[in-house]
Design a protein around this ligand. Structure first.
Ligand SMILES: Cc1cc2nc3c(=O)[nH]c(=O)nc-3n(C[C@H](O)[C@H](O)[C@H](O)COP(=O)(O)OP(=O)(O)OC[C@H]3O[C@@H](n4cnc5c(N)ncnc54)[C@H](O)[C@@H]3O)c2cc1C
Length: 398
């Protein structure tokens, strides 16, 4: 019989489950505060959404947040304090970690091609300014002066000077290396398969048959977060969402800003090595197996998403017609039923914490620092009550 190997040691202060941006950053902030922390990743570090994303640092409300009217935009704006915090978190991240992660904050433009989109932008700017974001409206001439690579059809744009990009290939590894330097134990190729609360601590079983004990757990498992929570008997309204990304061949410096669109799904930026990354929320199709989403397979690419994304990109930056596509890929992220982040302690669960949902690359360093504060019982540097899992308390009956 295979008896589980149990490591008879004092319980860890925290076991962090999932080695994407959130997990590695939570492990870092916990280790920095002196906690005993272990991060486990069932595959390789940075092998899921945190490496597949667009690397956009967007602090304006995204198109998906404004496309469904003012009530939905107002709801999304509840997360604006996190956006404001994240602007500074990214600006200081390379100093904090002592290594480059490709942060460039040269500003972002959300463009409008029609009078209706301009009106949407005006309402959006008013809402954002009321929530403290430094954002301004540029007319067509100002847009051309600031970003001459944009189409002359652009009627105006919302400009936010703090927006930009970071390199998704570097951020997770930089956080994980810094956490390890501060004493965190990091295991990849080790999945959590069972969670049980016994005698005042979580008893965790791993895919290799070993076990450990931890006073608290941090679920940072992205699209798998609901499945990990279910191991503890908790139901959470976290859904996987499949998205599409495209990158071009390297080309000469062309695009200096983060570009988004007020009426179409589009995000555009040029990386430091000259490739142009094009995304913006175009769907891909999740596979299914026996009636449930199969999160082990890359989502299926949908051709209408690719052509729709390229046609939006060409309309905004006509020069792109001279640049060849190098690669197209799909990835899976996690969204919460009300589109807001899920950040804090799960009710009725005794030390089970979660961070997921929302724009968790842009807001990742902020989510992670705030979750670490909660886990450590430190005073909150920002009110995260609106994102508390308690709002779904009726679902967590464990
Ligand atoms: C195509 C695409 C584009 C995107 N663009 C942007 C963008 O421009 N800006 C933005 O803010 N956000 C963007 N996002 C979303 C962003 O990438 C994610 O919100 C963020 O990376 C989530 O990080 P994470 O650490 O929560 O999850 P992930 O990076 O998915 O990491 C979760 C990890 O948990 C591990 N895991 C799962 N189950 C277990 C288990 N049982 N035991 C141990 N480990 C486990 C997984 O293997 C995985 O490595 C995009 C997402 C996609 C897919």
């Amino acid at each position: 019989m295979n008896t589980p190997r149990f490591e008879a040691q004092a319980p860890l202060d925290c076991l962090v489950i999932g080695g994407g941006l959130l997990g590695s950053a939570v492990a870092y902030y916990l280790a920095k505060a002196g906690a005993t922390v272990r991060l486990v990743e069932r595959s390789q570090l940075n092998s899921a959404a945190s490496s597949q994303n667009a690397g956009s640092l967007h602090f304006q409300l995204e198109y998906r947040m404004i496309e469904n009217g003012i009530a939905a935009a107002n709801k999304a704006a509840e997360a604006m304090p996190l956006h404001l915090d994240a602007q500074n978190a990214w600006a200081g991240l390379e100093t904090e970690l002592g290594m480059p992660v490709g942060v460039v904050q040269h500003g972002g433009l959300m463009v409008a091609e029609t009078p209706q989109q301009l009106a949407v932008l005006e309402r959006k700017i008013a809402l954002e300014q009321a929530n403290g974001l430094d954002v301004e409206m540029l007319d067509a001439a100002q847009v051309q002066r600031r970003a001459p690579y944009l189409s002359e059809q652009i009627l105006g744009a919302a400009f936010c000077a703090q927006e930009g990009k970071a390199d998704p290939r570097r951020c997770v590894l930089a956080y994980a290396a810094s956490a390890a330097r501060l004493g965190a134990r990091i295991d990849s190729g080790l999945g959590v398969v069972a969670l049980n609360y016994e005698s005042g601590a979580w008893r965790v079983q791993f895919s290799d048959g070993s076990e450990c004990q931890a006073s608290t757990l941090a679920i940072t498992a992205g699209a798998w977060s609901g499945r990990v929570a279910a191991m503890a008997g908790i139901s959470l309204p976290v859904s996987p969402v499949a998205l599409t990304m495209t990158t071009t061949m390297r080309t000469q410096p062309l695009i200096t800003h983060l570009i988004q669109h007020a009426g179409r799904r589009l995000s555009l930026k040029q990386t430091g090595d000259g490739q142009i990354l094009i995304g913006g929320g175009w769907p891909a199709r999740l596979h299914h197996h026996q009636g449930v989403h199969d999160l082990e397979r890359r989502p299926e690419l949908l051709m209408p998403s690719l052509t729709g994304n390229m046609s939006a990109a060409l309309a905004v930056v006509p020069e792109l017609k001279r640049v060849s596509i190098l690669r197209v890929w799909t990835g899976t992220t996690a969204l919460v039923a009300d589109q807001l982040p899920l950040l804090g302690e799960v009710p009725k669960s005794r030390g089970l914490f979660i961070a997921t949902g929302g724009s968790a690359f842009t807001l990742g360093p902020t989510y992670a620092r705030l979750l670490a504060e909660r886990i450590l019982g430190q005073p909150a540097t920002l009110d995260i009550t609106p994102f508390d899992p308690r709002r779904f308390g009726s679902l967590t009956l464990a």
